[in-house]
Design a protein around this ligand. Structure first.
Ligand SMILES: Nc1ncnc2c1ncn2[C@@H]1O[C@H](COP(=O)(O)OP(=O)(O)OP(=O)(O)O)[C@@H](O)[C@H]1O
Ligand SMILES: [Mg+2]
Length: 429
């Protein structure tokens, strides 16, 4: 059977740099730069183009974890296949993370965490390593070795990433030592005519918040993150089954991620698990997910207080204890930082945010008490889930002995007692 596909308007469907990359046949194609520059989208388009127009392809798409692929790249392929109007040519298998084309070509996705499956995948004709900065040089060498000897139109390792660390193996391998087998393409949000305005504003506003992040994510040049807030956290396999408290946090978003996180505390340890993290998601989608997941109707859910209407929708759906979260950013962050944070390994977006969420910097590059408004969607949910105005016990003896150590600042103790009595839900922030 013959299918006629019309890709005559492909140039209009791609960014100019993405379109140019269709013609690049070098063994290594390095697509790096700022955030929102269409690196992932253009890589998806290039692979799809090859699958539709070349023969004998089994293209492997890799990222650090399989779960992150499911959430990101698999969905991206589905989106582009739909936009290109070639849906009838493809079959999807979400369990195996494979997409098969009726012409015999296929795309296989695998996380580097799934070593056994990776070993079993043979005859790979090309490879896309998404977010290559997440993987080690050893992983890359292994992959490079696998891609020899199989006959397709041309072998290519396509690597996409943000230049987050000048110490990265990527810089040493492809920038400090250049060779004629490599084509490097640099892009920023300015190269992407499809990017929404809100995201452009976020990227441009980095200049006044954190110069290092501005360099990496807006200008797309090699940098080093400075002022990272969560320097210490631990990745664990799962949430503990025995715990002191369980609660949930919700951060609303549409262009941004809508996030839903579960938290369990055990003494001063807090465990987080990312349950839901999607863009262009409606509150009704989240509610459907909560029901499917079997979240208890009496669960303690703390949600973004800026959207009381959406909180009401969640309450009306049966989750009667959904309530406004405490919105104090600094208070919540201080509280989180006072705990031992543990994150389940499948919380891929949350882990990415924990690695990147940073303090604003002053003109000397010193951290200020104000986080940069980027990479915070999951972390906001974490904060909401555990930080609230719970009464804490403050004894008068504590206050008076503490005050003995300080110079008198105009308040007498009587006034302090009154303030404590009035703010009996004082949380210390
Ligand atoms: N050719 C295109 N057609 C339509 N939309 C596009 C196209 N290219 C990119 N976009 C949109 O632009 C946005 C950013 O693209 P993408 O996620 O590929 O950027 P990126 O460079 O991979 O960013 P990051 O560095 O954050 O991973 C996405 O929302 C995507 O949908
Ligand atoms: Mg990307």
């Amino acid at each position: 059977m013959t299918y006629n596909i019309d890709l005559s308007n492909i140039k209009d469907l791609m960014t100019p740099k993405g379109y140019d990359m269709l013609k690049v046949e070098s063994r290594y194609l390095i697509s790096y730069g700022g955030s929102g520059s269409s690196k992932s989208y253009s890589a998806t388009q290039k692979i799809l183009f090859r699958i539709l127009t070349e023969k004998n392809h089994r293209i492997l798409v890799l990222r650090k974890t399989a779960r992150s692929l499911k959430k990101s790249v698999f969905q991206l392929f589905k989106e582009v296949i739909k936009i290109w109007n070639v849906e009838e040519l493809f079959d999807y298998n979400l369990t195996d993370l494979t997409i098969t084309c009726k012409n015999g070509n296929s795309i296989i996705m695998n996380g580097l965490d799934n070593v056994e499956r990776l070993k079993s995948i043979s005859s790979v004709s090309s490879l896309w390593l998404e977010e290559a900065s997440e993987v080690t040089y050893q992983d890359f060498i292994q992959l490079d070795l696998r891609l020899r000897g199989y006959n397709a139109s041309y072998f290519q390792l396509l690597l996409t990433f943000n230049p987050t660390s000048s110490n990265s193996w990527l810089k040493k391998r492809f920038f400090d030592n250049q060779d004629d087998k490599t084509k490097v393409v640099h892009s920023t949000f300015l190269d992407n005519p499809f990017l929404d305005l809100e995201y452009k504003d976020i990227l441009e506003s980095l200049i006044s918040q954190n110069k290092n992040m501005y360099d990496i994510y807006c200008k797309g040049i090699w940098g080093t993150l400075k002022g990272v807030i969560f320097e210490d956290y631990q990745v664990v396999s799962d949430l503990p089954s025995i715990y002191d408290k369980k609660s949930y946090g919700v951060d609303f978003g549409f262009q941004h991620f809508m996030t839903f996180i579960e938290a369990r505390t055990v003494g001063s340890d807090v465990y987080f698990k990312e349950l839901y993290c999607k863009t262009e998601s409606l509150v009704s989608d989240l509610i459907a997910f909560m029901k499917e997941e079997g979240i208890a109707e009496d669960a303690q859910i703390f949600a973004d207080s800026a959207r009381p209407d959406l909180i009401t929708s969640i309450q009306n759906a049966g989750f009667k204890h959904c309530q406004k979260a405490n919105k104090s950013v600094l208070g919540g962050l201080d509280y989180m930082l006072s705990l031992n944070i543990k994150v389940t390994s499948n919380s891929t977006n949350l882990i990415k945010e924990l690695d990147l969420y940073s303090w604003s910097l002053d003109s000397n590059g010193e951290p200020l008490d104000k986080p940069v408004k980027m990479f915070d969607d999951c972390i906001d949910s974490c904060r909401y889930s555990i930080f609230r105005n719970e009464p804490i016990q403050i004894s008068i003896a504590n206050i008076t002995s503490r005050r003995n150590n300080y110079n008198y600042d105009g308040y007498d103790d009587k006034e302090l007692y009154q303030r404590v009595a009035v703010n009996n839900n004082f949380s210390g922030y």
